[in-house]
Structure formats: C-alpha cells, structure tokens
Design a protein around this ligand. Structure first.
Ligand code: 6PG
Length: 207
C-alpha cells in the first residue's frame, strides 16, 4: 500500500516507479491529498499519476482515487478515510507514504497554522488552502505519522528555509517538522538535493 503526493515529487518519482516490475495488481495506491478538481483536470493529483502511468506496469495497481469536489468536500474526505480504513485498518497504517514539501513547510495539504491533522480524522477536508486550488482533501498528520515508512522529498532552493527550520528548530511548528518528529528514523527518510539542503549540506572531504 502506497500513498502518493502531487506536485513536483510525483513528476520526479512516478515515471521511474511506474516502469518497475512490481506486483502491482496487489498494490493499493492512495493519494496523500487531492485537489477538488475533475480527475481529468491538469491540477488533479490522481490525473497526473494516471497520465504518467499510462502504458506502464503501474496501471495494473489498485487505484483509490478520491472523488473530491468543492460542494461535497467534507463527505468526500469521510468517504476517502473509510476507503483507506477498509484497506489499511482503523486507524490506518499505510506501508509507505511519499510526501513533497511546500515552500511554507506544508506536507500533503496540511498547511502551517492549520489545526487539521490533530482532529482525530483519517482524512480532512481543506477549504482554505493558501496554495491553489483552495479546496482539497488531505491525509491528516495522524494518518501520515502512523505509516510504516514515510519518505519526504524536497528539491530546490525554495524549500531550504522550511527544511532548515524543521531540522534545526526544536520548536518548529511546520507540518514538515511535525511529520519528522512523528516518524523518527528509521521510519522516515528525508531526500534533499543540494539546493534544498543548502548550508546543511557538507560536501564529502577528500581523504
Ligand atoms: C499537492 C501536494 C503537495 C505538494 C507540495 C509541494 O497536491 O499540492 O501533494 O503537498 O507535495 O505542495 O509541491 P511541489 O513539489 O510541486 O513544490
């Protein structure tokens, strides 16, 4: 069971993942968040994955797309939480969660200064995301932190400030920091490129 993000991390990871010969027909795919748009829209996270997976072995996976539309977002979040619980138990334990990181330190659609993720829900409806589109559904922090493995990927200098705060500020209130605190190593893996790592990055010294 694998939970995927949207955004640049999906675009970076999925083309390689989708071509791998894995036992896809027994792998459940969920999305850590979905935007309240038609699945055919460019902004849909599931739509992006479908386009990437077309004609690859990944097509054979068990896809759990969220039917999120702004008018029925709360119902959609509840229904998606139930679908997840039917596969991953209640509370759900997902095998692998893959996350991107926003410039503001958000993960999935849990944004800074949002109380969502602490409300005991499995999946939350988000009506006021500061990143477009504003209507989304999202795994909550508790669902993410209960996963067996969490892989967080951040690429590019625009992510550096959030990464630095999450890794060096013990009082960081960023959702990224909450995920890393909630899934201590070896349950979590943080993948950074040099730009995202910035001054955390120390080039190897020659012997
Ligand atoms: C989404 C994502 C979201 C994303 C971050 C980072 O649907 O928007 O799941 O959490 O991972 O916003 O996005 P980028 O990697 O594109 O900057």
């Amino acid at each position: 069971m694998l939970a995927l993000p949207g955004g640049s991390v999906a675009s970076a990871f999925l083309p390689t993942l989708a071509r791998r010969q894995l036992p896809w027909s027994s792998i459940h795919l969920f999305w850590v968040d979905e935007r309240a748009v038609a699945v055919t829209a460019t902004a849909s996270n599931v739509g992006l994955a479908r386009r990437i997976a077309a004609g690859t072995p990944m097509q054979a996976a068990l896809w759990h797309a969220a039917a999120a539309s702004p008018a029925v977002l709360d119902t959609a979040a509840l229904a998606y939480g139930r679908s997840l619980a039917a596969v991953a138990g209640e509370p759900p334990v997902v095998d692998v969660v893959l996350l991107g990181v926003g410039e503001d330190g958000h993960v999935a659609s849990i944004f800074p200064n949002s109380t969502r993720g602490t409300d005991g829900a499995i999946v939350a409806a988000v009506h006021d995301a500061p990143k477009d589109p504003p209507h989304r559904i999202s795994f909550t922090l508790s669902t993410i932190c209960a996963a067996r493995h969490v892989v967080v990927a951040a690429f590019g200098s625009s992510k550096h400030a959030a990464v630095l705060d999450a890794l060096t500020n013990p009082g960081s209130g960023l959702p990224l920091a909450a995920v890393l605190r909630g899934t201590p190593a070896p349950r979590s893996l943080l993948l950074l490129d040099e730009e995202a790592a910035g001054r955390l990055h120390r080039p190897p010294t020659s012997p």
